[in-house]
Ligand binder design. Sequence first.
Ligand SMILES: [Zn+2]
Length: 167
Amino acid sequence: MDFFPTDSENEYKLLSHLGPEPTPGQLSPMDLANSLRGRRTPIKSALLDQRIVAGLGNIYVSEILHRSGVSPRRTAANVAGRSGISKRVEKLTYNTHEVITEAIDSGGSTLQDFRGVDGDDALGYFPHSFGVYGREGEKCTKSECDGVIRRIVQSNRSTFYCPGCQN
Ligand SMILES: [Zn+2]
C-alpha cells in the first residue's frame, strides 16, 4: 500500500498512467472510443480498468451499462466500432458523466469521497437509487422494459444487468 498527499496526485508516478477522471470536463467520447478500440476484454471489465477511466467502481459501471442499454458481455472493441465515435460510446460517456454527477451531488464533494478501495464498499451515497445493482431477480427498473435483472461474475466481480434492455 502507498500513501501520498492528495494534492500531489498528478506528479505521483504510480498514478501517471491513470486514464481520465469520469467527469464531464475530463472524459470525452473520443477518449473512451480510442481506449476501448481493439480490446477484446468485456466492456464491463474495460470500464473498471483504471488505465481507461480512473476511479469508476463496480456499482457505477453496472449502472452506467444499464442506463446505456449496453450488455456487459459485449467486447470493448465491439462497443467502440472501427472508427469515430459509436452510438454506444456516446451513450456510455453521457451516462458516465450523469452517474458521477449524481453521486457527487448526493453526498460527495469530490471524487475521492466515493472512491472506495474495492469499489463496492465505502458508498454512503445514493445506495437506494441504483437501477440495477443488487436487484437480481427483480423486474427491470425501466418502465418500458419487461426484463428481469440477472447477476453474473466477470473478472471476479458481480455484474448486474438486464437481458431485456441491454444488448
Ligand atoms: Zn431492462
